[in-house]
Design a protein around this ligand. Structure first.
Ligand SMILES: [Zn+2]
Ligand SMILES: [Zn+2]
Length: 103
């Protein structure tokens, strides 16, 4: 069973390299970017005193940048755990569907 999370974009908006299956930064709109590229963009925006937004849909990040940076670090560490939770949810949903079909 493949449990790949759906993603909205396959290329990093900053460097246009493909997004591969490694920890990436996820915007609140579900768009993805490389964590390193995103951190560089945040550093640039902080220097320019500008808000950081999603390069695709221009949705401005609602959280303070310092917290966002911290979270992207946490996302990297918790990626395996998050994937495990997603797989569990899919399995549970599958089991529930199975029970409904049986009745
Ligand atoms: Zn990139
Ligand atoms: Zn977006």
């Amino acid at each position: 069973m493949s449990a790949l999370a759906p993603r909205l974009n396959d290329e990093c908006p900053y460097c246009t390299d493909p997004i591969i299956d490694q920890p990436n930064f996820i915007f609140s709109c579900n768009h993805l970017a490389h964590i390193e590229c995103f951190n560089m963009a945040v550093a640039y925006n902080v220097r320019e005193n500008r808000p950081t937004d999603c390069p695709f849909c221009r949705e401005v990040l609602s959280q303070p940048l310092s917290i966002v940076e911290q979270q992207s670090q946490e996302n990297q560490n918790n990626f395996a755990v998050n994937m495990f939770v997603i797989v569990c949810i899919i399995v549970i949903a599958y089991i529930i569907c199975d029970i409904i079909v049986d009745f």
